[in-house]
Design a binder for this molecule. Structure first.
Ligand code: MN
Length: 204
């Protein structure tokens, strides 16, 4: 087994300018280098605090600590998935292919219907949160989740195929308060090949 280690900020597979005009260089850079980094730093700090308390046999507020840890780990994992399911316009594949296309059609009736439902989920996430396409192995059905913050309403064991960050920090510089505009822009930079790759990995 690999040695336990801390979380780290993943490198993006594209440049900060490469998602323009849908996400600006400034918006993407701050989001990745500052916001995502803060969750990595936060999660690691909490893990170190837990280690320290164990070593010193000190009391730890377990409930508060675990709640905070879940928030930061959720933030880190969701952002990592988010960067991975984005791609520069034109390099992202125009639409779902093969097995992913089939699964979407079967569940939602059409790609248009899926996009409509996902968009509705995205624009209506309460406060800060995420719209997520996941897959339930118990029923073999794709399902849309609305995650609040980074860790609320998550279905255990459902595999995440695609996420969209709806925190204001994801779009405020580019779209001000217009979340729906950002959601509309998102469809131009979805990395459908990556989404399909996650699905295929799950079915292997
Ligand atoms: Mn974010």
């Amino acid at each position: 087994m690999e040695k336990p280690h801390l979380y780290s900020l993943p490198k993006l597979s594209y440049g900060y300018k490469d998602l323009e005009p849908y996400i600006s260089q400034q918006q993407l850079q701050i989001h990745h280098e500052k916001h995502h980094q803060a969750y990595v730093t936060g999660a690691n700090a909490i893990l170190e605090r837990i280690d320290q308390a164990r070593k010193e046999k000190a009391d730890l507020d377990v409930k508060a600590t675990l709640k905070e840890l879940s928030f930061h780990i959720g933030g880190h994992v969701l952002h990592t998935l988010f960067w991975g399911n984005l791609a520069p316009p034109g390099k992202s594949g125009a639409k779902p292919e093969k097995i992913l296309a089939t699964a979407i059609d079967k569940e939602f009736g059409s790609l248009e219907q899926f996009k409509k439902e996902f968009t509705q989920a995205a624009v209506s996430v309460e406060g800060s949160g995420w719209a997520v396409l996941s897959f339930c192995r118990l029923t073999n059905r794709p399902i849309i989740m609305q995650i609040e913050k980074h860790n609320v309403n998550v279905y255990p064991m459902f595999t995440i195929l695609m996420v969209l960050d709806l925190w204001e920090h994801a779009y405020y510089l580019d779209y001000k308060n217009l979340r729906a505009k950002f959601v509309e822009a998102f469809w131009n930079i979805v990395n459908w090949e990556e989404v399909r790759g996650r699905f295929e990995l799950l079915l292997r």
